[in-house]
Design a protein around this ligand. Structure first.
Ligand code: NIG
Ligand code: FE
Length: 422
């Protein structure tokens, strides 16, 4: 078969192994790295990868050949945990944070998530759309081609609905592929402070069925944390979501270890997120139930804390991990997944290959998109991130700088020389 396009002479092409399941433990340390690599594309899909000059059988007079000497390629990066759609921003909390006020104390005093809830409730759908589109554009130029996006700054149906609709329209209009998660249980709204169980009932009885009926989300998520939702409430809500056919994820062990990991393993959620405070027992539970551990080191960095999730230990114990930004206006205002990847090395002491597997193939499994992205297997979408770097180690060593120059989405060049192609 002839290719429409062949990208040739990459210094290295990073090719994760797709074994038919996420990479657990030791498997995360392996990948194929092709020197002087090429990527052949046909009808927006990967046709073939190889080394040196592409085989003549791939080329005819219509085949476009593009030279990428001096650069490296990875599958398009996947940001598998973001709170993409929200009103306003929270730089006003930064001074409080610097003065040592804790994240949960800011929330307790009506700030934090709740201040973004007020701003999101009062923003029009159009304003939220433009703001989120801008954030997606920033992610795209950093090499990201698939993004998971959570609702959860409405905490009432009208606003949750508005956020989910923004994600739906962006999924139709933006080149980044979006995976929608309903997270109505992101905080307890002020109007339910005295009776959080009634809020859980409202989500179960009224919101979940509507989200399902309008097909606005594939996943359901909840923030299981001290002062937010208990493990019992988390189980109740996720179990109801499961019965309606939602796939599950859970924010667990972020600030305190209160049992979110137990809920994850009992319900076999696709992933458990954050896990900064996961215990040795919790690690074993995740491993035994094949729950993917989704780690967010830029949140630890942004919260100015020192306890990073024990990523290395988790891999040693046989868990599959991913890394993602957690992009949100409070605990992690960033669009830069490359920085998160670097924190994976600098703060979690992971190896570059482990990190690259985390943000490609494992991230694809964690958002159930493994059939279409996350590796360069034939027939997957030709989603490619191209870095101005001589080898894969360089993109970790040369930190806090956007090294992505070009991005391909479904075989089309959507970022060239660092700029979005209109
Ligand atoms: O993942 N943990 C809960 N939610 C977000 C924070 C959202 C916010 O502060 O606005 C998180 O860190
Ligand atoms: Fe989060």
């Amino acid at each position: 078969m002839r290719a429409n396009k062949i990208l040739v002479h990459f210094n290295q092409v990073f090719c994760p192994n797709d074994k038919g399941y996420a990479l657990y433990g030791e498997d995360m340390s392996h990948a194929m790295i092709i020197e002087d690599g090429y990527i052949a594309i046909k009808d927006g899909k990967i046709l073939k990868i190889g080394s040196g000059n592409p085989d003549k059988s791939l080329i005819d007079e219509q085949t476009e050949i593009i030279d990428y000497s001096g650069k490296i390629a990875t599958p398009g990066l996947i940001d598998c945990h973001t709170h993409l759609v929200y009103g306003d921003s929270r730089e006003n909390e930064f001074a409080q944070k610097l003065a040592g006020v804790s994240y949960l104390d800011i929330l307790k005093n009506g700030g934090g998530i709740l201040s973004t809830v007020r701003a999101t409730r009062s923003s029009s759908e159009n304003v939220l759309y433009e703001k989120s589109k801008h954030l997606l554009d920033q992610m795209l130029v950093h090499g990201v081609t698939t993004v998971e996006a959570k609702s959860g700054y409405g905490l009432d149906w009208e606003t949750e609905h508005k956020q989910l609709k923004v994600v739906k329209v962006l999924e139709e209009n933006h080149v980044i592929d979006l995976v929608s998660t309903f997270m109505g249980a992101h905080a307890i709204p002020e109007e339910y402070k005295a009776n959080p169980d009634a809020f859980v009932d409202l989500i179960i009885e009224e919101m979940l069925p509507k989200v399902k009926e309008e097909q606005l989300a594939e996943f359901c998520d909840i923030f299981c944390e001290t002062g937010v939702f208990t493990p019992e409430q988390s189980y109740r809500l996720l179990n109801a979501a499961k019965a309606l056919g939602f796939k599950l994820r859970i924010h667990a062990d972020e600030i305190d270890s209160i049992g979110g990991v137990d809920v994850a393993s009992q319900l076999e959620t696709v992933s458990a997120e954050h896990l900064m405070k996961i215990t040795d027992e919790g690690i074993e539970k995740l491993r035994d139930s094949h729950v993917i551990g989704n780690l967010l080191p830029a949140t630890t960095f942004s919260l100015m804390e020192n306890t990073y999730a024990p990523a290395k230990k988790m891999i040693e114990k046989g868990v599959a991990i991913t890394l993602s930004t957690d992009s949100n206006p409070g605990s992690c205002p960033t669009a830069n997944l490359q920085f998160v990847m670097q924190l994976g090395c600098f703060k979690m002491k992971l190896q570059p290959i482990q990190v690259l597997n985390a943000v490609t193939i494992n991230a694809a499994y964690s958002v159930c998109r493994e059939k279409v992205c996350g590796s360069f297997d034939e027939g997957k979408n030709a989603d490619i991130a191209i870095f101005d770097a001589p080898n894969i180690d360089f993109i970790f060593y040369f930190f806090a700088t956007n090294l992505v120059t070009d991005v391909y989405k479904n075989g089309r060049c959507v970022v060239a020389n660092g700029a979005i192609v209109k």
